[in-house]
Design a protein around this ligand. Sequence first.
Ligand SMILES: Nc1ncnc2c1ncn2[C@@H]1O[C@H](COP(=O)(O)OP(=O)(O)OP(=O)(O)O)[C@@H](O)[C@H]1O
Length: 589
Amino acid sequence: MKIERLLPGIAGIVFLAVIPLLPVPPFWLTILNNIGLASLVTIGLVLLTGVGGLTSFGQAAFCGFGAYTTAVLSTNYGFSPWLTLPLSLIVGAATALPLGLITVRLSGHFLPLGTIAWGLALYYLFGKIDLLGRYDGISGVPPVEVAGYRFLSDGSIYYLIWFFVIAVAIGAKNLLDSRIGRGIRALRGGGQAAEAFGVNIVRAKLTVFVFAGVVAALSGWLYAHMQRSVNPTPFGLSMGIEYLLMAVVGGSGHVWGAIFGASIVLIMKDVLQRFLPDLIGTTANLEMVVFGILLVVILQLARDGLWPFVLKLLPKRPARSLPTSDDKLAKRTLAPAGSSLIKVEKARKAFGGLVAVNDVSFEVRAGQVVGLIGPNGAGKSTTFNLITGLASLTSGSVFYEGQPLTGDSPREVAKHGIARTFQHAKILPDMSVLENVALGAHLRGSAGVFRSFLRLERRQEATLLAEAAVQLERVGLGAYRDRPAGDLALGQIRILEIARALSADPAVLLLDEPAAGLRHGEKQELANLLKKLREEGVSVLLVEHDMGFVMGLVDHLVVLDFGTLIAEGKPADVRKHPAVVAAYLGGVA
Ligand SMILES: Nc1ncnc2c1ncn2[C@@H]1O[C@H](COP(=O)(O)OP(=O)(O)OP(=O)(O)O)[C@@H](O)[C@H]1O
């Protein structure tokens, strides 16, 4: 990595390191320590809510698990704090996992409501258990010690807290910047595209849920040894709301924004608590009113929070160069030309009384480009979804190389080497074009969460990115590699989806209306690309509306009307078929 890219980080760390050495008022250190503790929870929330799209009001409860674990074990049983550290994190993970299993399956507003429910329940639980000292809590928690040095003062525990904050922030950045992270970042867009390339969506959600729970537990562990006592108050719902506010203020999608958001909220809280009572003449918790207003203003005016504004003020970091890699990814052995790849046998799909696909049978053979056409509502997309696992068959079967695909999820279908594009393109607009394409290569990598967190998978990641770059060149989008995918025109987005599918090293490409919305010239370029891919041995099944586009391209045509197959064969023959002329071409063929 270029040293210029590291300079802002190094400057920040040096700045943090010298603060306690300066003659700063002691309450500054207290505030900085509290900011550090809150930053840990907020970094977890950035991944969970900002990146993963899973809103949680209950993170303070996980701080409680970390704090109580170490408080009980170190006071009642004499455990060393360093031994309780992994135990606190394990308890955080062990509680986050079952709660996550229940919560991440909730959708819409039920998800935040679910987190409020368990956030409240756990708070009251902490206050009711004798072992945890009920609402009085546990006091006499020992300080952390290293080689006889006790982290007693605010100035010393400051270093411990900020060491963990920086380490977790770097780890979180590493995680997001990896194969696993691409899957997590895809959650916000609904996750359908990611799942079609083999990302396990439930596991990705659980990963961020457990990560957020563990870092909150770490914050709780540090809090217990800083405060030297623990009671339920800081682990209630109002703190959970405050953490969420910090994530929103900072910028819910930015790891460093978490620290910024925690700083703004806690400094504002301190200032408001000091001056508001004098200004207004009451001691009520009026800072919550101000925070409420702040939240509404930020959600209205700066949905990405304030960190993007800070980024604009900072000097621009040099662009990252594409990592080079001499490693080659394994390539799939393609089936011999002419052999059966996808076989649809009497596939039927009924939506209530409507039969969208009515006992349809057809085949895609290796090396062929097969077109699936039909008027609006003919059942093309439903047939497509039956093959890719997005919809389940009412009856009938789908085979891939003779193996039944029936009942397979989109992720399992992807593992067979079936890669798809979407009728309504599903890209991740904030991610670079290269990263969007690299998402397609998900199943060709293997690095997990820990290796990614520690940045030990760089070699494999470089290979995946290099492969994505090759596919971008292959489809002619190489010049757009580092641009945000959201900057591309519709035609380019459709090509990007093809590059993403190609980076999965597919045996067969399934393209859902790839020419929809393209201009004449763009359609020609797309047709040329598909012909080139066929020459390279890639088989294609494409759903299309545009007759001219399909006729000049496909080897075999399947025509549906009202869910029923009305004709199939060579394009020239199908074109003359009376049922097709009547139903689809309206006599213009
Ligand atoms: N989830 C669903 N629930 C109920 N009906 C559905 C559902 N999905 C599709 N349909 C119906 O099934 C029929 C076939 O739809 P489908 O989208 O497969 O057609 P299509 O040939 O792809 O059409 P288009 O070219 O307009 O996309 C239509 O009548 C549609 O309204």
